[in-house]
Design a protein around this ligand. Structure first.
Ligand SMILES: NC(=O)c1ccc[n+]([C@@H]2O[C@H](COP(=O)([O-])OP(=O)(O)OC[C@H]3O[C@@H](n4cnc5c(N)ncnc54)[C@H](O)[C@@H]3O)[C@@H](O)[C@H]2O)c1
Length: 281
């Protein structure tokens, strides 16, 4: 995973309603609807009390990160707040304030935990299935076809598994041959590709790499659909003007993590405000 910069997320909170309205118009789905589809969450969302804890370890805080995550969560009707204190003190504060779900991230892992039960969601997984669900929506009623997954890290692997289960013919490629092989061996129905040939031949692509601007205008057509969680974006400005590209740096992954937790809690019959958490102490 690449570490986000303040500039990547600066406008997210203020633009969420407009962004969501534009998505509903173009894809027929809001971010919440895509996130729910991705993790199979049909439950009514009662709004779990959710703490976002700033973590100062590693390379330190990313300006505005916790506030933006909290905004995204409130946009999908969680009852989110950022703890006043960071790190361990923040974790204690979250418990004392009755948090039922806790979000925290360092330079390598972004995770959500429930204080109710042994339930958690990893951002790599949630982002992978979230963008895979978006690509499935972009494909519309067309019969599932060949999809190329670029990048075999946690995000690409989760997207590959989702799309394979959805009936797509999934090919995975990583510049690291061992990772390509490993992913194809581990994920049912997924084929490894050492050489992918002409990108233009793939109607559907997931860019789950860390590479910037490597998908050029000659690699796409007006029919190419790309779901691109990769940060930075692998699609150049010129290619963006031709292909249909779905990209956002944080929003869908965070919502998919939240609904992944909500869904797991529902399976355990745990509702918001259930005894044991969700009450200020
Ligand atoms: N948009 C979001 O909400 C969101 C959330 C999480 C992660 N991300 C981003 O998604 C991407 C994938 O995350 P990850 O945790 O799986 O990362 P990762 O670093 O574990 O995996 C990325 C893989 O891409 C491979 N790669 C790099 N350039 C490539 C290329 N040109 N072609 C094929 N493979 C290439 C690398 O070898 C690596 O295995 C990263 O850019 C990460 O920052 C975005």
């Amino acid at each position: 995973m690449s570490r986000l910069h303040e500039n990547d997320i600066i406008g997210i909170a203020g633009q969420l309603p407009q962004y969501d309205a534009a998505l509903k118009k173009s894809l027929g789905y809001t971010l919440e609807e895509i996130a729910r589809k991705a993790v199979g969450c049909r439950e009514h969302n009662p709004g779990f009390r959710t703490a976002v804890i700033p973590i100062t370890g590693g390379m330190g805080l990313i300006g505005g990160f916790s506030r933006t995550v909290s905004h995204i969560l409130n946009h999908c009707r969680a009852r989110a707040f950022v703890t006043d204190e960071p790190d361990v003190a923040g974790l204690q504060e979250a418990y004392k304030k009755g948090a039922e779900i806790i979000f925290l991230a360092d330079d390598f892992i972004c995770s959500a935990f429930s204080t109710h039960s042994c339930v958690f969601s990893d951002n790599g997984y949630a982002t992978g299935v979230g963008f895979a669900a978006a690509l499935e929506i972009m494909a519309g009623k067309a019969p599932p076809a060949e999809v190329l997954i670029l990048g075999a890290g946690p995000v690409g692997s989760a997207a590959a598994a989702y799309l394979s289960q959805a009936g797509f013919d999934v090919i995975i490629h990583d510049t690291d041959e061992e990772k390509t092989r490993c992913a194809a061996n581990k994920i049912a129905g997924v084929k490894a590709a050492g050489n992918i040939g002409d990108l233009k031949n793939y109607p559907y692509i997931v860019d789950a790499t860390t590479a910037s601007g490597f998908i050029n205008p000659e690699d796409v057509t007006a029919a190419t659909k790309i779901a691109a969680p990769g940060m930075p974006l692998g699609v150049t400005e010129e290619a963006l003007a031709i292909a249909c590209v779905f990209h956002n740096p944080l929003e869908l992954g965070i919502m998919a993590m939240y609904f992944d937790c909500v869904h797991q809690l529902a399976l355990l019959n745990i509702k918001s405000g259930t005894e044991g958490a969700g009450h200020e102490r």
